[in-house]
Design a protein around this ligand. Structure first.
Ligand code: 4AD
Ligand code: MG
Length: 466
């Protein structure tokens, strides 16, 4: 069975009017008129639009099948492409033959009716939710933005490097990693043996990676401009709208660059992504504006029109301690910002994106470049209104003696980092990079502020249902 086209092709005038088409899809809804004509709205996920199929009672299965079609049935349709007399949709198909491929058992219990469902309800039926306009819309946007990023980086001479998902190092030093093991953990014998991991698959403890950065740095120190884009895992017990146990991260690493360079790079890259989104997603923006966030266009346009606010951590602490806001926690120098502080800065104080740089070394990872004050590191967090942190990055510590001091300070075993330290021994260079949380970015772009609606099958504490 080969379909001649999908709905997106029909809608973009790639197929001539009055030509014969053959499409397949699922019924969104249907209406039967007393005059012996049925109007069936069919979707196939290829674009935001459904296409209307006009079926009349001359079709040989009209009475027996077409009148019994319900939402969710799958069909193939042979017909003629026509202009639609009503303005809602440009085209419709006048059916010559309709074949019901799959019926819906017990239509009254079909979980996806044509009415608007809440996103919370849809999470309960994640295996069926991509049948809704909203979830398929998010999925297409994600696809397009990911491709755009690959192209953007390719044009700038970056190479895509596939860093491993299984690792033995805790890049961020938070200790929140999922163990990878083939040992039988229910076996008491193993539990009592301290050296059990010598018998494990890799002969040592292994985990799912929290970041591909350390491995990516090895390629930046040979191929100059590289990135990795894939899943990362964090066993944080954070049940928020911004946290997933499995999420996708874009990580970029640039040789011979410092913090200032990547701050400029990030602003250019994000603005380029937003510009692409505004220019090429008109129908998605109009749909999302109606359904979720009527300020979507202005929100993103405002980012394009203004320079990002770039501010040092010291200055941020001044702002936060002097302001009259009623925070649940009064922040002092040396502490990390909580979401309430981030939201105050982005939503109220600057009313836009904020890049904070030079955080205290004690709240950041071992690999960040130590500044001359010996108290702060050349690091950044990029904060977005409503969401908070979308990007974290830094200049990397490229001086072996200082890197070693930091590892010792943090009581990390230098031997475990031998290959990472080698990069600093053999032709070291200044280099910098950052990681962007892909779902958080798409959450901002779509105005859908629960990250569980952005990833198809969310993994969160006590939740890996589908
Ligand atoms: O700030 P993070 O922890 O930075 C790193 O992992 C660096 N190694 C990146 C680098 O320099 N190459 O994480 C980067 C971004 C965050 O800013 C956030 O957007 C996202 O990853 N992120 C999460 N997204 C969803 N769920 C979680 N649990 C996340 N944790 C981090
Ligand atoms: Mg961070």
């Amino acid at each position: 069975m080969y379909l001649t086209s999908n709905i997106s092709q029909l809608m973009t005038e790639k197929i001539k009017i009055n030509s014969k088409v053959f499409i397949g899809g699922w019924v969104r809804n249907k209406r039967h008129s007393k005059l012996g004509i049925s109007f069936i709205n069919l979707y196939d996920g290829s674009c935001i639009n459904d296409i209307q199929i006009i079926a009349n009672n001359k079709l040989n299965n009209y009475k027996k099948e077409i009148l019994n079609i319900t939402s969710g049935c799958s069909l193939t349709v042979k017909g003629i492409l026509k202009y639609s007399p009503k303005n809602l949709q440009k085209y419709e198909i006048h059916a010559l033959k309709i074949k019901v491929i799959g019926w819906v058992y017990n239509p009254g219990k079909y979980p996806i009716s044509p009415k608007k469902h809440s996103l919370k309800y849809l999470r309960e039926v994640s295996h069926l939710r991509s049948r809704t306009k909203i979830i398929s819309c998010i999925t297409r946007i994600k696809h397009n933005i990911a491709l755009y990023i690959h192209n953007f980086l390719n044009k700038k001479n970056f190479f895509w490097v596939n860093t491993p998902l299984i690792t033995t190092l805790d890049t961020e030093g938070s200790g929140k990693m999922f163990r990878v093991s083939t040992l039988d953990l229910s076996n008491i014998k193993y539990k009592k043996n301290k050296n059990i991991f010598k018998k494990d698959f890799f002969g040592k403890e292994a985990f799912l990676t929290v970041s591909g950065q350390l491995n990516l740095e090895t390629y930046a120190c040979s191929m100059s401009k590289v990135y990795t884009f894939g899943p990362t895992f964090r066993a944080e017990n954070s049940n928020t709208k911004r946290h997933l146990a499995e999420f996708w991260m874009l990580e970029i690493e640039i040789a011979f660059s410092n913090l200032e360079y990547i701050i400029n790079f990030i602003e250019k890259m994000l603005k380029s992504i937003f510009k692409y989104f505004l220019n090429f997603h008109e129908s998605e923006i109009s749909f999302l504006s109606q359904r979720e966030d009527n300020n979507l266009f202005n929100k993103i346009n405002k980012i394009l029109l203004n320079k990002f606010n770039i501010i040092e951590y010291n200055e941020v602490i001044n702002i936060l301690t002097k302001c009259k806001e009623n925070f649940s926690h009064l922040i002092t120098w040396g502490e990390d910002l909580l979401i309430e502080h981030e939201k105050y800065l982005t939503n109220k104080y600057f009313k836009n994106i904020v890049i904070i740089y030079n955080y205290p070394k004690n709240i950041k990872a071992f690999y960040m470049y130590l500044n001359n004050d010996k108290k702060t590191v050349a690091s950044i967090d990029v904060l977005f209104p409503d969401i908070g942190e979308i990007i974290g990055g830094s200049q990397r510590e490229s001086r072996i003696n200082i890197l070693d001091e930091r590892l010792e300070e943090l009581k990390l075993n230098k031997n475990n980092y031998w290959w990472y330290r080698d990069l600093r021994k053999y032709g070291t260079i200044p280099h910098s990079g950052f990681g962007l949380g892909f779902e958080r970015l798409i959450s901002y772009i779509t105005g859908i502020y629960n990250i569980r609606d952005i990833i198809p099958f969310p993994r969160t504490p006590y939740n890996a249902k589908f």
